[in-house]
Structure formats: C-alpha cells, structure tokens
Design a protein around this ligand. Structure first.
Ligand SMILES: CCCCCCCCCCCCCCCCCCC/C=C/C(=O)SCCNC(=O)CCNC(=O)[C@H](O)C(C)(C)COP(=O)(O)OP(=O)(O)OC[C@H]1O[C@@H](n2cnc3c(N)ncnc32)[C@H](O)[C@@H]1OP(=O)(O)O
Ligand SMILES: Cc1cc2nc3c(=O)[nH]c(=O)nc-3n(C[C@H](O)[C@H](O)[C@H](O)COP(=O)(O)OP(=O)(O)OC[C@H]3O[C@@H](n4cnc5c(N)ncnc54)[C@H](O)[C@@H]3O)c2cc1C
Length: 661
C-alpha cells in the first residue's frame, strides 16, 4: 500500500519530465535509472548492516564490494558513465574513489604524454592502485608548508623521497592505509641544495607480489573516524619515507622538468597547475552536493508528510507536520537548495571542461576564475549540504536520530567534505583574494568577465536602489539579480576600502578576514542564484515543470535574502519594507510548493536501497518498518542481554545497609 498516494495525487506537474531535468538529459536519466535498479536488486550490494559492523569486518566487506563492482563493470561491459553511476549507487566510500578520482586525474593532468602512456594503462586496468598523498600530519591547508623532500641525486639519476620529521608524515590520504600500491606523493623538490617548491612524484609503496611495504616505506591506517559505518569504509593512511629512491622520470613533469644533469626547467604552463587535481575534484564535489542534500531532503519530506502531531479536529486525523509553516520554512529552502546546487553543479562542470580545453590550447586566462569558482562553490555547497542534512535529521524528530533513518550515516559520510579538498574557510579566503584583486583592477581598463562581470557595473550598482513595491515584484529575475549583485559588489568594495587603510596588505587581509569571508559568500550566492535563473531561461518541457522550478528558484533566493537581510539592508539597496515584502512572497511560494513537495522529491528517482532509510521509503509505511527493524537489532537477539549475570544481577541482589533508604 502506498501511504503517500494522496500526496502524489496532489502534484501539479509532470514528475517524469522533472526526473529528466534532474538527471540532466533523457539519456542520463535512462542510464541512472537502469543502474540504480541493477544495484538495488543485487544482494552483493546490500548495505543495511553497515552501521553495525566492527571496523575490520566493515573494511573487508568494502574490499569485497569494490572487487564485486569491478567484476560487474567488466561482466556487463559497462561504459565509463555507467560505471561511475554504479559507484554512486553502491554508495560506499572506498579506496577506488581515490584511485579513479584523484590518482588517475593527477597523472592525466600533471604527467607528460610519455608518463601518461606508461602509467595510465596500468591504472585503468587496476594493475596498480593509487592514492593522492599530499596532506601531512603538520600541514594540510598550507601546501607550500609540506615538509616531505624529494632530493635529486645526479649520480644515480634518482630522487630520494624522505620524511625528515614526524610532522612530515603523510596523514589522511584515502586508500593509502591498507590498499594502495602506489601514490602520487607531493614533496619539496631539492636540486643541488636549492628548493624548487612542491611537486608530485609517482612512488611505489607496496610490493605487487605480497603487498608488503617496500624498503624505507612505513605505512598504515590512521584509525576510526566519526560515525558508525560512514567514512570508516575508507583506509585513510599514514606514510613515512626513509630515503626511498625513485627514478627521475617519476616526477610528474608536465608543469616543470628536471633534466638528467639536474637543471630545473619551468614550462610555459602556470605553476598552479600542480594544484589542478584539486580543482577537478572540487568541481566534482559541487556536482555531488545536490545528490547528498536531495537524499536527506527526500527522507525528511516523505516523513514529514507521513508524520502527524497535534491539531486533530472532532476526532479527525492530526496535522501532517509538513503543513506547519515552521517545518516548511526549514524544509523547503533545503529542497530548493538541492535543485539550485544541481544546476550550479552542471554549470561548473561546463566551466571546468571549458578551462581544460583552453589550457590544452595554452590559454590560461580563465584559470584564476575557475580556481575561485571551484573553491568558492565547493565551500558554499558543502557547508549548506552538511548543515542541511543535520537539519533534515531534526526535521524527523526523534526517529531521525536512529541509524535506520539513514540520516546519521549520511551526515557522518558527508560532513568531512567541508574539510577535505580544502577547508571551507581557507577556500573562501581564496575567493576573497580573487575579489580584492578584481576590485583593485577596476580602474585599469581590464574588463571583468564571466562570474565577475557584474563588477563592471560598479558605478550603477553602488547607486541603484531596489524598486520593489509589492511582494510579486520579487519574482522578477532582473530585480533579484540586481539585489544580489549590489550586495556582493558593495561588500567587496567595503572590504577593499578597509584594506587600503593598512600599510601592509597581508596584515590587513588577516585582520579583515572574517569580513572578507562574508564578501566571498555573497559573491558565491550570487553565482548560484544567477545560474538557477539562467536555467529557467532554457526551454523546459513538461506540464508545470518550469512553474515548479520557478517557485523553487524564488524560495532559494528569497530565503537567502531573508537570512542575510542584514547584509542587504546595511548596503542600503533595500528598505526594511522591501525586505518584509520579500518575506511575504517567500511564504506564498511555500504554499505553492506544498502540494508538490512529495512529487518534487520523487523526481530525484532514488531507490529505497540508495536512500537506506525507513523514514524515507517510497511507500511511506514507516511505523511497521521501524517496529520490525528494532526487533532485528542484534541487541534483541537474546531477551536477557550478555553481561546481565555479571553486572546487573549482582546490583539487583546486593544487600547494602543503604537499602533501607
Ligand atoms: C572504467 C571504470 C571507471 C570506474 C569509475 C569509478 C568512478 C569513481 C569516481 C569516484 C570519484 C570520487 C571523487 C573523489 C572523491 C573525493 C574524496 C576526497 C578525498 C580528499 C582528498 C583531499 O583532501 S586531497 C588534499 C586537498 N588539499 C587541499 O585542498 C589543500 C588546500 N590548500 C590549497 O589548495 C592551497 O594551498 C591554497 C590555495 C589554500 C593556498 O596555496 P598557496 O599558498 O600555495 O598559494 P597562494 O595563496 O600563494 O596563491 C598562489 C596563487 O595561486 C592561485 N591558486 C591557488 N590554488 C590554485 C588552484 N588550485 N588553481 C589555480 N590557481 C590557484 C592563487 O589564487 C594565487 O593566485 P594569485 O593570482 O597569485 O593571487
Ligand atoms: C575524510 C578525509 C579525507 C581526506 N583525504 C585526503 C586525501 O585523500 N589526500 C590528502 O592528501 N589529504 C586528504 N585529506 C586531508 C584534507 O585535505 C585536509 O584535512 C584539509 O585540506 C584541511 O587541512 P588541515 O587538516 O591542515 O586543516 P587546518 O588548515 O589545520 O585547519 C584547522 C583550522 O584552521 C583554520 N585555518 C587554517 N588556515 C587558515 C587561514 N589561513 N586563515 C584562517 N583560518 C585558517 C581552518 O579554517 C580550520 O578551522 C582528507 C581529510 C579528511 C577529513
């Protein structure tokens, strides 16, 4: 029986067409739909006991699943697109993510043609398994501060890789702890006593015969991480080198080269391309944020429609908690954010592909913007998604705290995204640097392009005032864009003015960093809003689909406007009356979306297997499933628990003098 059938009947749009919008294309939908069912129906990919397994058992099970996934990919002749969907629906972090997601891209992006020819075929066949070994115990954010050394030995034509201090131990790389045979290791290059900065080196870590560490290599897992199951399926590792020798041709030499006679040569590509793998992964993390958030929102929305509390009239049913305006005000902006992040993710993938093509043609002009966009959007979307998953847990009340709701594990797996691939604050400071540079160049005749083109309208934006007179005026895209542009430009200019008061710019930057982060957030929010609005300019078929997306877009920007009202008012673009009208419009949009809420999460097309949540199951039959699951908990295997006779019974039977009390 479908307990959500009434909700589904209320939908005012074509859910099947929305599924295609969400997937990105009909083809992408078909692939995704097929692979999700394939995984869901295969007992080899079961994951329902994951949160109860001890680490060793959990990890072994992950190794089994990864090998099984690889076998399925081969047996079924899956394409790269299908294989990547399979990984997504298997839904378990594993060493293979770092192999395919960072090791291979690092070689592709930073290796010469010759190096790619040698290493990629081995990696593609998984005859070697690699990790990305950059972070150390003492330094993660400050990449220039890494201590591992790679010293060129001209006698033997080798680099000597060494960990000179405890803090230089590599620490965190996924896949390193127990599986990787190789790593792209980042180290300070030293030639003839002279330092040449951080470079990547391909280093073999373990024997391909018996998997033992090679001489001079000390390697292991760094230990349990946050949550049950969750990221503990990954072997994040520690690694030390004691004068390990590798041939000279194992330095990744696309950006710079070391010749046989020990000369250091920089090619015409910018040195920042050494950071290129991070740019790539940040872009994939943005594309993935909408998936994690939409998953949590599906659970919270379905459960909010099932759950009833208070408000029974004449013995009738109580109120569905989704009908409380407070619940809507917490849930619907997250639903809208999931869609917003989907579209900005699609755009960022386009931007990344564009910059990659330009780099191949030696056009490096858009690299700073690509860095700022990937860094800023990674920060914005992961922060909002991690906070959003936690909010969804609270939206599910007490039951959200059960592992069987799926939300605790989802949060625990997701939350490190705020830290890995760049701590979110550190990344926003990169965006702030980019913005300050842009403002300082405004008078120079250099026209700001792309996502900062609005800075070119600075004179207009500094003076213009909002023209909204009634709530519906907030539905005009041009009005909304101007509001977000005016806020972003004014916050950036205010920071730049304050910075100019310092004689030492670095000191000023440090002192004003909290304001700079806020300016960076305003800029990134403008990007997300503008890409959502751009999406709505496209031809979107399907009855009512565009209207729903328009409502969600409105909820996204009006919620931001309401939340950051202080910014908008402080920059004098808005009056308090206009801000209040924005809030009126926001409430009206909640009412519009309410009957469509369940159908809007159905449009994500997630299987019950993928959701892994009793509260979020498609049929909404929550209570019997919760009840049954409780009895299946291993603690209920026996009526009297282990330990009762040792620890509880003696207490009950004790004969203390205080018993009289
Ligand atoms: C067929 C079968 C197929 C199977 C398919 C299976 C598919 C499976 C796929 C799975 C995919 C999964 C995806 C991966 C999973 C993700 C797991 C994540 C695991 C985590 C990994 C990590 O965390 S790796 C480590 C990441 N570390 C960081 O991010 C460190 C952060 N710090 C930095 O980036 C930098 O140090 C810095 C930017 C903060 C500062 O650097 P630095 O001090 O050196 O620079 P400056 O500030 O002086 O700036 C100099 C100059 O450079 C510019 N700049 C900085 N960074 C970049 C950059 N990245 N790109 C371009 N430019 C950059 C900066 O703006 C300055 O510019 P100026 O013009 O000089 O101002
Ligand atoms: C689950 C997980 C997986 C990972 N996988 C990998 C991997 O595969 N390979 C790899 O190489 N690394 C990996 N990492 C490491 C990760 O990239 C780093 O942890 C991350 O870059 C943050 O660096 P940090 O730990 O040095 O944090 P820190 O920089 O020490 O941050 C600590 C605090 O200081 C603040 N801070 C730091 N610098 C500044 C500044 N300049 N201004 C203001 N505030 C600042 C931060 O905001 C933060 O609040 C992984 C980490 C995790 C958690």
């Amino acid at each position: 029986m479908d307990y959500l059938a009434d909700e589904r009947k209320k939908a005012e749009f074509d859910v099947d067409e929305m599924k295609i919008v969400w997937a990105g294309s009909r083809h992408a939908f078909e692939v995704s739909d097929r692979i999700s069912k394939l995984v869901a129906n295969d007992p080899g990919f079961r994951k329902d006991t994951r949160t109860m397994l001890a680490r060793k058992e959990l990890f072994k099970n992950t190794l089994r699943k990864a090998a099984y996934a690889w076998k399925r990919i081969h047996d079924l002749h899956l394409s790269e697109e299908e294989a990547s969907r399979l990984r997504f629906y298997v839904d378990e972090p594993a060493y293979t993510d770092l192999h395919w997601g960072m090791f291979v891209p690092a070689i592709k992006g930073q290796g010469t043609d010759e190096q790619q020819k040698k290493w990629l075929p081995l990696a593609y066949k998984m005859q070697i398994i690699g990790c990305y070994a950059q972070t150390e115990l003492g330094h993660g954010s400050n990449v220039q501060g890494l201590e591992t050394t790679a010293t060129f030995d001209p006698q033997t034509d080798e680099f000597v890789i060494h960990s000179p201090t405890l803090t230089s131990s590599k620490w965190w790389p996924g896949g390193l702890g127990k599986v990787s045979t190789h790593g792209v290791v980042y180290a300070r290059l030293i030639i003839n006593g002279e330092e040449h900065g951080i470079h990547g080196f391909i280093v073999q870590l373990r024997s391909l015969e018996d998997h033992l560490p090679l001489p001079g290599v000390t390697v292991g897992d760094i230990g349990m991480k946050f949550g049950n199951g969750a990221y503990n399926t990954m072997d994040n590792g520690v690694l030390r080198f004691d004068h390990v020798r590798i041939p000279r041709n194992q330095m990744l030499m696309r950006v710079s080269q070391v010749t046989r006679d020990g000369k250091y040569k920089q090619s015409d590509v910018p040195r920042q391309l050494v950071y290129g793998t991070m740019v790539y992964v940040r872009q994939t993390i943005v594309a993935d944020a909408s998936c994690a958030l939409s998953r949590a929102v599906t659970i919270a929305t379905r459960y909010s429609a099932v759950r009833r509390q208070f408000g029974s009239q004449n013995g009738g049913p109580e109120t569905q908690v989704i009908d409380y305006k407070t619940q809507q005000n917490r849930l619907f902006p997250l639903l809208a954010s999931a869609y917003a992040f989907k579209f900005v993710g699609e755009w960022l993938t386009w931007l990344y592909n564009d910059v990659t093509q330009r780099l191949q043609a030696s056009d490096f002009s858009t690299l700073p913007e690509a860095h700022a966009c990937t860094a800023g959007l990674k920060s914005l979307t992961t922060t909002a998604t991690a906070d959003g998953i936690e909010e969804c847990r609270k939206l599910c009340g007490g039951h959200g705290y059960l592992c069987s709701s799926g939300l605790p594990e989802l949060f625990a797996v997701y939350v490190p995204a705020c830290t890995y691939e760049g701590d979110n604050t550190v990344l926003l400071l990169q965006v702030a640097r980019f913005l300050m540079k842009t403002v300082s160049q405004l008078g120079s005749g250099k026209k700001p392009l792309g996502t900062i083109s609005y800075m070119g309208k600075i004179e207009h934006l500094m003076q213009s005032r909002c023209t909204v007179q009634k709530a519906e005026d907030w539905l005009k895209p041009s009005q909304v864009l101007e509001a977000f542009e005016a806020r972003a430009v004014k916050m950036a200019v205010s920071c730049a003015k304050n910075l100019s008061k310092f004689t030492n710019p670095e000191e000023g930057f440090a002192e004003l960093s909290a304001d700079l982060v806020e300016a960076a957030v305003a800029h990134c929010q403008l990007i997300v809003v503008s890409k959502f609005i751009d999406k709505l300019q496209q031809d979107i078929p399907g009855k009512g689909v565009k209207q729903q997306l328009e409502a969600l877009c409105g909820i996204y920007y009006l919620y931001l406007l309401h939340k950051h009202q202080g910014d908008f008012l402080a920059t004098s673009y808005l009056t308090p009356k206009q801000a209040a009208l924005a809030n009126d419009q926001l409430r009206a949009l909640y009412t519009k979306v309410r009957p469509n809420a369940v159908a809007l999460v159905d449009s994500f097309n997630y299987t019950d297997h993928f959701l892994g949540s009793i509260l979020g199951c498609y049929d909404g039959n929550v209570y019997p499933k919760l009840y049954d699951a409780a009895w299946k908990d291993p603690l209920n295997d026996s009526v009297v628990p282990e330990g009762y006779h040792e620890y509880v019974r003696p207490l009950l039977k004790q004969q203390l003098h205080t018993a009289k009390l």
